[in-house]
Design a binder for this molecule. Sequence first.
Ligand SMILES: [Zn+2]
Length: 201
Amino acid sequence: MDTIKIGRFIAESRKALGFTQIQLATELSISDKTVSKWECGKGLPEVSLMLPLCEKLEVSVNDLLSGERVTVSDYQKKAEENMMNLMKENEENKKIFLVSVICGVITIIAVCALILLASYVEMPAIARILIIVFAIATAVLGIGAAIILDVKAGYFECPNCKELFVPTTSEYVKGYHTLTKRKLTCPKCGKSGMCKKRITK
Ligand SMILES: [Zn+2]
């Protein structure tokens, strides 16, 4: 917090309304020394005084803490920007997650089909071996791709501090996991635990 800037803003707002420090202090049932202290940037109003002070000065708490008037158009613009970014990110994550699931399903179907083919269809031994090798390669590539996509889609939530984070691929692969949770180390609090998969923030 820039107490100097906030102090100057309090003084300006007070003067703009034609109050003296004593008048403002009386309105708030505090001493004029306290008002003077704020205006010199030597301290912030305590929380219980914040709303009454803003009311008297006809500013918002956000204005006061910013040390300047934040315009309404800026507020809205900033809020909309944040919202759009969040929506875009969530949308992309959902798409990547879906592709990852499709990739996994196609891999499983393809590998099963190849194994059935190699098991039940009459063919020379060498063809059977080739099909099995091809099936293993498909499984490795397909599951690998599904994992990489899944790591990228969304976040894991730390059970301890609720931080959302994206693990490295190697950590992801190593981690013991259930269907929706995976044992990972949180980059924020450093604790490892069963982190829940979250597609959206
Ligand atoms: Zn954590």
